[in-house]
Write a protein that binds this ligand. Structure first.
Ligand SMILES: [Zn+2]
Ligand SMILES: [Zn+2]
Length: 324
């Protein structure tokens, strides 16, 4: 990445000539690109390589192109630390592209009701193919390549068993196991309950013993001081209440040891709850500030916050589907 940044120092968006004319954008202008999930500020590269597409006979649609991950490290980021966090294409497009595969897996599991012994084999047979297909069709190039490798070589049942046992695997293995197995556990709470070990502490999911993925202040109409904090399980999507003054990883209760980090311009409703004792953190979604927020989706979109946490040496309690 630092070498690439040497060749092309800043992120850019390729804009079709016709769209640029329409919006009064000239080559080299700084432009803002935004989606429902985030925004970028990058340089415009006006191009004739991309033309409009006409849909349904009359609807004209333009495509733009943004290089992924550009310049958040290297020379340009060092020169412009403020700006570089607005250069990540991922900020616009969290990967929630496998919704179709997950919904099918969820419904089918309800009907088939596999038991604990068959769970890994069942996931490989029924849910994993759809997840792999989605990863190959819509994933990043790295995910696509890694998925194809797994498809040909890996012990897929072993990969899912390991995830069920809570082993930290590579990003791709965790993604595949989790995307295919989580909908099954969500569909079958009694099955999820069989994963919980008897000695699991109350900082784990009370249903399956999994780690929390994200914390939520729900939109309840309560005041700031009385609002309860809910944690969402990374394994079975169960929700449970945990005191907001307690580290969700190590149980620390001293507020002075638990810094809160945020970027209120970028994400007014999101923040990092970190812990200096165990060096772990969790993203918190405040639905009182944005009632439309969908915790597990907004958690994926919080990548710039993940980078802030990583810079300060914190690691997330449970990595999300994107591997952050
Ligand atoms: Zn759980
Ligand atoms: Zn802690």
């Amino acid at each position: 990445m630092p070498l690439l940044v040497g060749l092309q120092p800043q992120a850019f968006v390729e804009v079709p000539q016709e769209l640029a004319d329409d919006k009064g954008i000239k080559n080299g202008d700084r432009v803002r690109v935004s989606s429902a999930r985030g925004k970028l500020e990058v340089v415009a590269l006006v191009t004739k390589r991309l033309g409009p597409v006409t849909l349904a006979g009359n609807k004209k649609v333009y495509q733009i192109g943004i290089p992924i991950h550009w310049g958040f490290v290297g020379v340009s980021a060092e020169q412009n630390p403020e700006g570089s966090k607005y250069w990540l294409a991922n900020a616009l497009t969290p990967m929630v592209g496998d919704v179709g595969a997950r919904t099918r897996a969820f419904e089918r599991a309800r009907a088939d009701a596999p038991d604990r012994e068959d769970l890994a084999a069942y996931a490989v047979r029924t849910a994993l193919p759809g997840v792999m297909e989605a990863a190959v069709a819509a994933g990043t190039e790295a995910l696509r390549e890694a998925t194809l490798l797994r498809f040909h070589h890996a012990d897929l049942e072993g990969l899912i068993e390991a995830w069920l046992d809570g082993d930290e695997a590579s990003g791709t293995d965790t993604f595949l196991a989790r995307a295919s197995t989580q909908p099954l556990l969500e569909a079958l709470p009694e099955l999820a309950a069989q994963l919980r070990s008897a000695d699991a502490s109350d900082r784990y999911c009370p249903r399956c013993g999994g780690l929390p993925q994200v914390a939520v202040f729900p939109e309840t109409g309560e005041t700031l001081l009385t609002a309860q904090r809910t944690l969402v399980c990374s394994r079975c999507a169960n929700e449970w209440v945990m005191s907001r003054m307690t580290c969700a990883s190590c149980g620390e209760t001293s507020g002075a040891k638990m810094p809160i980090l945020s970027d209120v311009d970028l994400f007014p409703h999101l923040r990092i709850d970190a812990c200096e004792i165990c060096r772990r953190y969790l993203i918190t979604v405040d639905q009182r500030k944005d009632p439309r927020a969908v915790p597990v989706v907004d958690e994926l979109a919080a990548l710039p916050l993940d980078l802030i946490a990583a810079e300060r040496g914190y690691t997330k309690i449970a990595r999300n589907l994107m591997g952050f």
